[in-house]
Design a protein around this ligand. Structure first.
Ligand code: J2J
Length: 529
C-alpha cells in the first residue's frame, strides 16, 4: 500500500462538503424547483422533475437487486437519461463506470475484467450503432453482469421510472467519502485504468471550476463533448452548472453545426471544446453567417495543446473570453481566469483551481526545476486521486511515494506564476482530445495474421493535434492497406477514434542506443511522408 490521502485535511476548504450526489440533487430540487435543469435535443427537465425521476429509478434499481457498492457500466450519449441514471445510481451508492459511446468490445472487456460490474446500461441505438447485441454478448461472456438496462423509446429506463412513480424508497446511506464514479484514464500502459472519484472530491472539483468561471444561475452550459468525459461532466460541466442552478444543454453529437446551432438557439453562455473542434467551428462560422454566438461569455478550450496562433485567433474573433483549461480526469485542473489579460491567456494554462492544490515541476530525479524550465508536472491535493482503482503495480509508477500524481506532462512555471504545458513526457497519443495508448493499438494490430510486429506513434497534425501512424512489419509481400486494418480493428471491437490514420511498412526498426524501437525516428519518418 502506498500513500493514502487524508481527507480530513481538507474539511475547512470552502466548497468541501461530506455529502453524496444524491443528497446534493435533493437540495438543488428544493432550491431551484421548477427551473429547467437540463435540455437535450428532444426534451427538457426541471430540477424537481430530475429529483423525482432519479428517486423513481433509484427505487427501481434497488428492486431489481442493484446493491450499494455495485459497479455499473454506463454507456449513454448526451441525453437527459444519462443525468437521471447518474443521480439514481448515486442515490443508492452504486458506482457508474463512465464508458464512452464510442467504446466497443475490446475496451469493454478490459474494464469488465478489472471492475466486475453488476449491470450494464446502454442506449438502444446511437449514431447508427445498436448497443443491445454488444451488451448481450458481454453478459453472456461475463457472469458478473446480472442485468442489462436499455435506454430506448419504449424501454427499460423510462418503464422503470414509471413503475415506481410516487414510491418513496428508503435508500442506503451514502457517505461523501465513498467512491461516486469511476472515470476512464487515458493511461500510458496497455492495461486500462479506472479513476475512483469520491462524491465529496468530485463536487469540490465542480465547485472550484464553477468559481473560476464565475458561473451563476443565469448561465447556460453547453455539453457537446461526450458527457462521460471529466471535462463536460465536472469542470464545471454538468455538475458544476447544476450546483449553481444554471441550465445544461446536452448536444447529441460533437459536430460543428450541432454546437453552433445549440449556441444560437439556447443562448449558451459557456461551453467546453477541444482545440480540434474550435478549428472546425471557426471554419463553419466563416462561411455561414446565420449563426449567432453573441450570448457566449466563456469558451473553455482544453484537453490537448492549444497552439499559440489558434489561441490568438480565438481571442481576436470570438465575442467572449477564452479560458485555457488544463485538466486531468485524475484530478488536477488549471484554468486561466476571465480577468486575465488576453496576451496572458493566449500563452498559458493559468493556475490550479484550488488553493489547496500542490503542484511540483521536477526533473528526471524528481528535483524541482527553476521557473522557465520544462519538467514533469506532479500534483497532489483535495481532488486529485492517490491511486487508480485496484492497480497496486501501476500506482507505484504513476504516483510518488508521498502521493503526488505523475501526470506525464511537460510543464513549466512562467515568470508571472502561471503554468504552461509543453507536450508529453510519457508516451501517449492525443487525437483531437481523445487519449490513446500506443501499446494498446500495437497489441490489437499484432492479432492480425499478416502483421508480425507493430509500432504506433502520434504524428503532429494540423487539425487533430496528433494523428495515429502505425508502422508495420508484415510477412506478406502484397502488404496490407489502411482499409483492411480498419475493417480488422472494427471486427475485433475497437473504438473508431483509435483507428490508425496512416500506416507505413518497414523491414527493420530504427533503434535507440539501448536497443529499443526509436519512436522519435518513426515520428520523423511519418511526418516526412
Ligand atoms: C495540453 N494538454 C492537455 C491542455 C489536457 C478538462 C480538460 C481536459 C481534460 C482531459 C479534463 C491540456 N494542454 N490544456 O479531464 O477536466 C492532456 C494532458 C493531460 C491529459 C488528461 C478536464 N488539457 N491535456 O483531457 O484525463 O496530457 O483529461 O495529462 O482525458 O490531457 O487527459 P484526460
Amino acid at each position: 500500500m502506498g500513500y493514502k490521502k487524508d481527507m480530513s485535511k481538507y474539511e475547512n476548504l470552502e466548497g468541501w462538503e461530506r455529502c453524496g450526489f444524491g443528497e446534493q440533487l435533493d437540495r438543488w430540487a428544493e432550491k431551484y424547483g421548477e427551473r429547467i435543469a437540463v435540455t437535450d435535443s428532444e426534451d427538457e427537465i426541471s430540477y424537481m422533475e430530475l429529483k423525482q425521476k432519479a428517486d423513481c429509478l433509484a427505487a427501481a434499481f434497488l428492486r431489481k437487486g442493484i446493491l450499494k457498492g455495485d459497479k455499473v457500466l454506463v454507456q449513454l450519449p448526451n441525453r437527459i437519461s444519462f443525468v437521471i441514471v447518474f443521480f439514481a445510481l448515486s442515490k443508492i451508492g452504486a458506482v457508474p463506470i463512465m464508458m464512452l459511446p464510442a467504446h466497443r468490445e475490446a475496451e469493454l472487456e478490459g474494464i469488465i475484467e478489472l471492475a466486475k460490474p453488476a449491470a450494464y446500461i446502454v442506449v438502444e441505438k446511437y449514431l447508427g450503432f445498436s448497443y443491445v447485441p454488444m451488451a448481450n454478448a458481454m453478459k453472456e461472456k461475463y457472469s458478473c453482469i446480472r442485468h442489462i438496462f436499455v435506454d430506448s423509446e419504449s424501454g427499460d429506463i423510462s418503464g422503470m421510472i414509471a413503475e415506481t412513480y410516487g414510491e418513496n424508497g428508503a435508500f442506503p446511506a451514502v457517505d461523501g467519502y465513498e467512491t461516486a464514479v469511476l472515470l476512464l484514464s487515458g493511461g500510458t500502459t496497455g492495461v486500462p485504468k479506472l479513476i475512483p472519484r469520491t462524491h465529496t472530491d468530485y463536487m469540490y472539483n465542480a465547485r472550484m471550476s464553477a468559481k473560476r468561471c464565475r458561473l451563476d444561475s443565469s448561465d447556460v452550459y453547453l455539453a457537446s463533448l461526450p458527457v462521460a468525459h471529466n471535462f463536460p461532466l465536472c469542470c464545471p460541466g454538468l455538475l458544476g452548472t447544476l450546483d449553481v442552478g444554471g441550465k445544461v444543454v446536452l448536444a447529441s453529437a460533437t459536430s460543428p453545426d450541432d454546437i453552433l446551432d445549440a449556441i444560437t438557439e439556447e443562448g449558451v453562455t459557456i461551453t467546453a471544446l477541444v482545440p480540434a473542434m474550435v478549428t472546425v467551428c471557426m471554419e463553419m462560422l466563416e462561411w455561414d453567417e446565420d449563426y449567432d454566438i453573441s450570448s457566449l461569455r466563456i469558451l473553455q478550450v482544453g484537453g490537448a495543446m492549444l497552439e499559440d496562433s489558434l489561441a490568438d485567433k480565438i481571442i481576436e474573433e470570438w465575442p467572449c473570453k477564452l479560458m485555457q483549461v488544463f485538466g486531468t480526469a485524475e484530478g488536477l485542473l488549471s484554468f486561466t481566469s476571465p480577468e486575465d489579460e488576453g496576451s496572458l491567456i493566449a500563452r498559458c494554462q493559468g493556475t490550479p483551481v484550488s488553493p489547496a492544490d500542490e503542484v511540483k515541476i521536477v526533473d528526471e530525479e524528481d528535483k524541482a526545476v527553476p521557473e522557465g524550465v520544462f519538467g514533469e508536472l506532479l500534483s497532489r491535493g483535495p481532488y486529485t486521486i492517490d491511486g487508480y482503482y485496484m492497480a497496486e503495480e501501476a500506482n507505484k509508477k504513476s504516483f510518488t511515494s508521498d502521493g503526488f500524481y505523475r501526470t506525464g506532462d511537460k510543464a513549466m512555471w512562467t515568470k508571472d506564476g502561471r503554468l504552461r504545458l509543453g507536450g508529453r513526457i510519457k508516451e501517449q497519443i492525443n487525437r483531437a482530445g481523445e487519449k490513446i495508448m500506443p501499446s494498446e493499438i500495437e497489441a490489437y494490430l499484432c492479432r492480425h495474421s499478416k502483421i508480425k510486429e507493430a509500432a504506433v506513434v502520434g504524428v503532429t497534425d494540423e487539425t487533430l493535434g496528433n494523428r495515429i501512424c502505425a508502422f508495420l512489419v508484415t510477412d506478406d509481400e502484397a502488404g496490407i492497406d489502411l482499409q483492411e486494418i480498419h475493417r480488422f480493428l472494427r471486427e475485433i471491437g475497437v473504438a473508431a477514434y483509435k483507428m490508425p490514420d496512416q500506416i507505413e511498412r518497414v523491414e527493420t526498426w530504427p533503434l535507440t542506443s539501448v536497443g529499443k524501437i526509436d519512436k522519435k525516428a518513426l515520428e520523423r519518418m511519418a511526418q516526412e511522408k
